[in-house]
Design a protein around this ligand. Sequence first.
Ligand SMILES: *Cc1c(COP(=O)(O)O)cnc(C)c1O
Length: 323
Amino acid sequence: MNNRPDYRDICEAAMRLKDKSIYTAVLSSPKINEQVGSEVFFKCENQQHIGAFKFRGAYNAIIQLSDLQKKNGVIAFSSGNHAQAVARVCQMLDIKATIIMPNNAPDIKRRGTEILGANIIEYDPLTENRETIAQQVNADNRLSLIPPFNHPHIIAGQGTAAYELASDVKNLDQLLAPCGGGGLLSGTALAVKGLQENCAVIGVEPEMADDATQSFQQGKIITIDYPDTIADGTQTLSLGEITFGLIQSHVDDMVTVSEAMIKEAVRLLFYNLKQVVEPSGALGLAALLERKTPPANRVGVIISGGNIDGKMMQKILAEPSIT
Ligand SMILES: *Cc1c(COP(=O)(O)O)cnc(C)c1O
């Protein structure tokens, strides 16, 4: 495979993931449909292993390492769902996982990674450099780095969620996916354009973390300062070279949503769809509620994950509805 994956790579990833990942449900809510004026099909990756789609990319990347690489082990940097995904895949395949994590990582995500048997190395993001830590930990370079988004095998794996959705639900007019580093969105676009050429693919970001939207509009990778958004899965500072290229050529548009509407979407998904969804996973519905996308009859939405602290959920549910 060259650096830039294509539709065939998504199909191959789907075959590798068969019976390994959970074939997640597609759910609808008549109330939400009425409120947004479209028929909406939610692909529930909050029900995936480790509670997010990232299992897919991690599995597709790690299973393709050589026997020697598997024997030596893998390393990843992440405070979030990518850490848990790498840890879970390594647990399944009996591979040693080392995760480098900032000491301010959400508790639920840190504990989730620990329980899966990964070796966690903490650092202070304010005073310590992540790369220096990694060099110390991996001085002999034997551990294989599993990047969170900018890698063809990761992108192809992430695309399999939309591959399942667009295989099961025909005649979609539009498909919405959240965007952080762009692994999910670029894989989604490859899958959807391969299966339903006429379906528009739209990426959604928090207003406060709009680097990909800026990059899409300006035709070059834009980097932002650390964004203070509730959607911690999309706090990435910039797209990668590969994800940016794919988004430029296969994604139809990028839109942004407010923090208030992200929280409203979390509430509606809880009360109407009966799903526990983390803020990043609610971006697609937030875009529909804010009328940020063109009107469409049949809309697919990727609910990307459900790893939200109980306290945070409580706080969001306690706030009044704004729609
Ligand atoms: C990682 C993540 C995203 C963003 O995915 P990218 O591939 O980085 O764009 C969105 N939602 C959740 C729940 C995530 O864990």
